[in-house]
Ligand binder design. Structure first.
Ligand code: 3HC
Length: 689
């Protein structure tokens, strides 16, 4: 008898119920259980059909990702699938939660699929740098047609049951909460009606139809070239679906091609990085000292101080999950402006069909507009998002300390000020935490939870949980200038500036960064955000401050590092060149341009790794993978590199140390390798493995 499944018979229906927490991944124990269950029912004459259902929070969530790096123990997934598909009795997959990846591929092997309305199905392997390698690329197009299959598999997004029913991805809906009963009734009906064994592999009409358009696949890749750039999986997915069409009706030939393309991905550096990232993102919530029984504080209402761009974005996160927000400003005009921006954002989402007009009004109805802090006496959490100046923040926290109810969480959205000093001003530092949102705060996934030296564990635990509820990826940071993401990326910004002062063309710097996988280079990014915004707090004379002094604020006004035409297309700017040359001369920077992308990248990114090592040795980040998660979610660091720390491990730490030492000799001690980096390199250690 299996430890993760039960096998029962009700009348003529055999029921296999799998329960392998947390998500019924198709690991070795589950595969053994399925093997045992299906063999048992195939030889039981009393059983005429089989229902496959799961207990716990979900139907099978896919192959067990942690097994990819080890030799797989038998029976492998394919053997189990062959057993089910080749059987002589109809099998009904009964789906709740999410049937994902190998989990949905298993459902596709079954002869029929029934799901509750809250269920979702999908093939998200692309997010792991993989393709659905258990027949997904061969079976899905046979059901939904080639164009829809390409979108579903390269998009990797789960599809809600109703839409899945329309697409044919499931055959019927069960009543919510009555999946088992309805699936058994469905199976009985199939038996009573003597319905045939419907094998998806035998359905070839939709593939035959696609044979008339052989250019479809190249056209699809060309159309999506920008979105797919740097990723290996989408190309292989498209080729696997193409193979399904070209080999149909020979299913096994298509499968053989799918397997080749899957193995190529499984063994690729990109997929290794993306699988690492999958677990790293889930790891951030695990914090030493915080356990499942750490008490959480209630957060049923929120106050946001400041209705500017940041405050408005922060407020939307809570409105989106139905939490009422008291939005505070100093004047009615500022309040109206802030609420107006929120309305516009929601209306734009509604115009794109992402929410209904009703939902827009419902969310706006959760805002209580307030003038002054005094109205915040009853809320559970107050997030301050005002001007980035210590005295202003301390003043607000002193007032909040007097106004807020005992036990309320007081949070600051500061991006670089000392959270401890702000906390002390409140008179209740144990309830103060940093909640560092990234702009636009309603969109960016990263939320740095900044722990002051006196912040209570329950406050941190609550903040981490709340972050997940509002759809963020929380990363815990200690107090330091810039916290994790901005501090690490400042190292890249400093080098970009220095490189251009040494005579390296700024276009070459941006091109190198884009070649690595960033959506844009450091100078393109600064032009987009606005030089006045980025340089706001700097008192130094820099290329940026010189450009701002000439009213060159970036894309929005007069160009910045680049000149822009009417179509917002950038081109090298003679003015920027002159500013750079002038500053280089004034500072006496020797003109030695750095040549070649590889060298530019080492110069830009090895200092980020070095700063990451310092962040780690100072205990600012809990673990190296948290730094990777922060930069991937906060700065769109290309996920297929795994982030700077994982990437550094793949390059080899001794190589990075040697290069940093070379730079230290040439440019000074800011390049000195961090002690932790040197130690790991010397020991043959690594940050992430
Ligand atoms: N393999 C191994 N572990 C998995 C897993 C999987 N497929 N899916 C989830 N887990 C683990 C997580 O690491 C986490 O572990 P932890 O508690 O130790 O941190 C735990 O299960 C719970 O996961 P979540 O925190 O993500 O739980 P949620 O309830 O938020 O989400 C989920 C559930 C939607 C199922 C989500 O876990 C998910 O998206 N899982 C991955 C689905 C996926 O990508 N499947 C494809 C796998 S590859 C494949 O099938 C290849 C095949 O084509 C051959």
């Amino acid at each position: 008898m299996s430890s993760v499944a039960t096998f029962e018979v009700e009348g003529s229906i055999g029921i296999i119920t799998v329960d392998s927490p947390p998500v019924n991944a198709l690991g070795i124990n589950v595969r053994r259980a399925l093997d045992e269950g299906f063999k048992r029912f195939s030889s039981d004459a009393a059983v005429e059909a089989v229902v496959l259902v799961c207990d716990g929070r979900t139907f099978f969530a896919g192959a067990d990702i942690s097994e990819f790096d080890k030799p797989q123990e038998g029976p492998d997934l394919q053997a189990v699938f062959d057993l089910i598909e080749g059987g002589s009795k109809p099998v009904v997959a009964a789906i709740h939660g999410t049937a994902l990846g190998g989990g949905y591929e298993l459902a596709l092997i079954c002869h029929y699929r029934i799901a509750v309305p809250s269920a979702k199905v999908g093939l998200p392997e692309v997010n792991l740098g993989l393709l659905p390698g258990a027949g997904g690329t061969q079976r899905l197009p046979r059901i939904v047609g080639v164009p829809a299959a390409l979108d579903i598999i390269t998009g990797g997004k789960p599809i809600a049951a109703n839409a899945a029913l329309e697409l044919g991805m499931i055959d019927a809906l069960a009543a919510e909460g009555k999946l088992r009963e309805d699936a058994i009734a469905f199976a009985r009906q199939i038996v009573a009606e003597n319905r045939p064994l419907l094998r998806v592999r035998d359905r070839n009409e939709k593939l035959e139809a696609a044979k008339g358009d052989p250019d479809l696949f190249d056209a699809y890749l060309a159309k999506n070239a920008r979105a797919f750039k740097g990723f290996k999986a989408p190309g292989n997915i498209v080729r696997a679906v193409q193979a399904a069409v070209e080999t149909a009706p020979d299913f096994d030939a298509g499968m053989a091609r799918e397997t080749e393309l899957f193995i190529e991905l499984r063994d690729s550096a990109e997929s290794a990085a993306q699988r690492y990232y999958f677990f790293a993102e889930r790891e951030t919530a695990k914090i030493p000292g915080i356990a499942k029984d750490t008490p959480l504080l209630p957060v049923k209402s929120v106050g946001v101080v400041g209705a500017g761009t940041m405050g408005g974005g922060i407020a939307m996160n809570f409105l989106n999950i139905g939490v009422p927000v008291s939005l505070v400003e100093m004047s009615q005009e500022a309040l109206d402006r802030g609420i107006g921006v929120i309305r516009k954002t929601y209306e734009a989402a509604a115009a794109k069909g992402r929410m209904s007009p009703d939902q827009v009004e419902k969310r706006l109805g959760l805002i209580t507009p307030c003038i002054g802090l005094e109205t915040l006496g009853e809320v559970d959490l107050i997030v301050e998002a005002v001007f980035e100046q210590m005295s202003v923040k301390q003043d607000i926290f002193a007032k909040l300390g007097a106004i807020a109810r005992p036990g309320a969480i007081l949070a600051t959205n500061t991006s670089f000020l000392d959270v401890n000093k702000i906390a002390e001003a409140s008179g209740r530092p144990e309830h103060v935490v940093g909640l560092h949102f990234f702009a636009p705060a309603n969109v960016m996934r990263l939320l740095e939870v900044v722990r002051g030296t006196r912040t209570d564990l329950s406050v941190i635990a609550t903040a981490m949980k709340l972050a997940k509820q509002i759809g963020k990826v929380p990363v815990l940071s200690g107090v330091c200038d810039g916290f994790i993401a901005n501090r690490a990326m400042r190292a890249r910004g400093d080098q970009a500036d220095q490189l251009v002062l040494e005579g390296t063309p700024l276009e070459a710097v941006d091109q190198a960064a884009c070649g690595y996988g960033f959506a844009m280079g450091p100078f393109q990014m600064m032009d987009l955000v606005g030089l006045d915004v980025i340089g706001r707090d700097s008192t130094e004379q820099t290329v940026m401050s010189e450009l701002v002094a000439r009213d060159r604020l970036g894309l929005k006004r007069n160009g910045g590092y680049y000149d822009y035409d009417d179509k917002r297309q950038g081109s090298p700017s003679p003015v920027a060149r002159e500013v750079i040359a002038g500053l280089a001369e004034a500072r006496g920077v020797p003109q030695i341009p750095t040549e070649g992308s590889e060298e530019i990248l080492a110069r830009l990114l090895y200092p980020v790794v070095n700063e990451g090592a310092r962040i780690l040795e100072e205990g600012i980040a809990v673990r190296a993978s948290d730094i990777d998660v922060a930069l991937i979610t906060g700065y769109n660091w290309p996920v297929y590199t795994g982030g700077p720390m994982f990437w550094a491990d793949t390059i080899g730490l001794p190589k990075i140390v040697a290069k940093l030492k070379e730079y230290e000799g040439r440019f000074g001690e800011s390049f000195k390798p961090a002690a932790l980096l040197e130690k790991l390199a010397a020991e043959g250690g690594s940050f992430t493995r």
